[in-house]
Design a protein around this ligand. Sequence first.
Ligand SMILES: [Fe+2]
Length: 253
Amino acid sequence: MKIEIVSCLNDNYSYIIQDELTNTVGVVDPSEFKSIDDIIFNKYQKLDYILNTHHHNDHIGGNQDLKKKYKAKIVASKIDKDRIQNIDLYVDEDTKFNLGNIAFQILFIPGHTKGHIGFYSKEEKIIFTGDTLFSLGCGRIFEGTFEQMFSSIKKIKKLPKDTKIYCGHEYTKSNYEFCKTFDTTNKELPKKKLWIEDRIKKGLPTIPVTLEEECNTNIFLRCDNIALKKELKMEDSSEVLVFQRLRNLKDQF
Ligand SMILES: [Fe+2]
């Protein structure tokens, strides 16, 4: 399987995926038409599927023009049926969706929006997390509750640790600044900082990252960490309360 990372708009990532065996081509969250079309037209000359994690414009902006030009099928959540136009294939928690020979399982991960989904392939060890989980961060809670968002993040956390995470934005550097401010004893963070700076200097994305790396560095995946809870003076609080506190702090950061 081939995955191509496409930088779109200010800091969005869209992903072009190809199952080489069957020459099936898809795009995850096309923010805009042109940057995707340039690659699709020059390299693949076809687009079979458009996969949307949620309805926000910076994730679906290219949908209609790409659909029109390539007759691609839009795959999205049932819950977003009134907010994403011309969906061809409605999917839901645990729906199986095949892109050629690549089997995707849909994870329902609401919180950022009420219809947010992730596309997970166990065999390929990848997940497209949209705006639910970023490298070193998580999405803002626009439509859900803290409990919902936290349980969505925990669902991702339970996947095999070598799963590669492909998220919707390049926010890693600013997310790092937040993590290091509140997770000061985390020894993995200084190493991560050097790596992030090196990637940015070379003009390369900081995506993908493995879930294992994220569990060691992403503060929102560490709400059960004793040292972190101590720093927040929340030793006796539940994980979800720690999450709520961190999300509120991040909103004001
Ligand atoms: Fe979003």
